[in-house]
Design a protein around this ligand. Sequence first.
Ligand SMILES: [Zn+2]
Length: 469
Amino acid sequence: MGSVMSRILINNIDWLITMDPDRRIIKNGAIAIDDDRIAAIGTTKDVGANFSAEKIIDATGKLAIPGLIDTHVHSTQQLGRGLADGCDIAVHLLQRLYGYESEVMVDDAYWAALCCQLEMIRAGTTCFIDPGSYFPEQTAKATGVSGMRGIVARTAVDVHQTSIGALPEKMFRETRQEAVEKAEKVVRELNGLHDGRVRAWFSLRVLVACSDELIRDVKAKADELGVGIVMHACESRDEVVASRVQYGMQDVERMAHLGAIGPNMVLIHMGWASPKELVLCMRHDLKISCSPSCGYRLAFGSMEFGRFPEMLELGVTVSLGSDGAMSSNYLDIVREMFLASGGAKAQRLDPSIMPPETVLEMATIHGAKAALWFDEIGSLEKGKKADIAMFETRKPEWRPILNPLSNLVYASRGGADTVVCNGCVLLENGVIQTFDEASALQEAQVRGSRIANSSDLMKKAQPKWPVIE
Ligand SMILES: [Zn+2]
């Protein structure tokens, strides 16, 4: 891996947003990094004078925050961008998304994950949770190369006929036992890889496609191995209706009914959680991943009908996720913060709801809690891992800076300028440090075009207007 430095000093940070327990914002701040951890944090005057560094990063003009945490990222779908626009959930999921996924080969999955991480690093994200694919090894391998931190999982489903249609023949055709065994093997082999930057969990990808027995088995295995489980839950009206028709209740009620529920579960979307399910979230310390962009792009209604402000008031961990290139179509937690804030305001006709402070907590502290990693990431504090995102503020949309949190969430276009993860510089002054960006983009174009053709989805992705060559 590229620029590994054991002692780095970042000084002259215009605005250092620590997210520490006092939520201190330090002007002219500095962070001293020793190996993978923060050795000291404070003002440039205090920290800089007492630390001998091998590399100094001058952060004049920059705002620093903890590396953003994206709790909903489909790495493998990165090469299918644009193949699933404008269709209802049954077509989106069963024909487009799974049609694409069933054409993805091992090498495609590697490049998809690397390009996905390229997009995330450029957005200031340092940690992600992938809710499961059939290529967790490739996502882990890409994470080794990119220098990011992430949680991977292998999809487990065992119900092949759902009330919105059948799952494709080429994939998902596993028995419960096969699904559990393969998922467990992934946890045992990948958890803790690459200096601990990779963790491996279980994935109950879509709960309506998981039998009661599978849910129970996976929960027991996750508890036994001390890892988490990630799943999509209460994601759209179609999905909750499907669950009520098939199982007599919605996803969270069903897990409670099965006794397979607990704080090591990350529930994605949750815009259609019932009042009873809100209480279950609080009682069982379930972790939520709110994905506003996907809710808007796929017309889930999650921001219009979801109860995310109530969840936060109840003390539930509500993090932010951006989904994938085929669902939200982009991966940028700064934009998600704006949408989470704006979505709640529009829903309640209340401009004071979900202020910048709240959504930044969701993107950092709550993300770290959802990832079961809060002891090491989510805030910039001495002893925590050095995961830092910095944004260049010498730009028109950033000026003047009176309240930097307001500028970051409401005004900025996002796009980090310098990113550090686990004490390594991944992006410096806009240049990727750990791999060759140009060849990754080239691979994305060639492989994405091939998959679009072989899956017969290419014609669905064309503009309605004539293209002249
Ligand atoms: Zn998803």
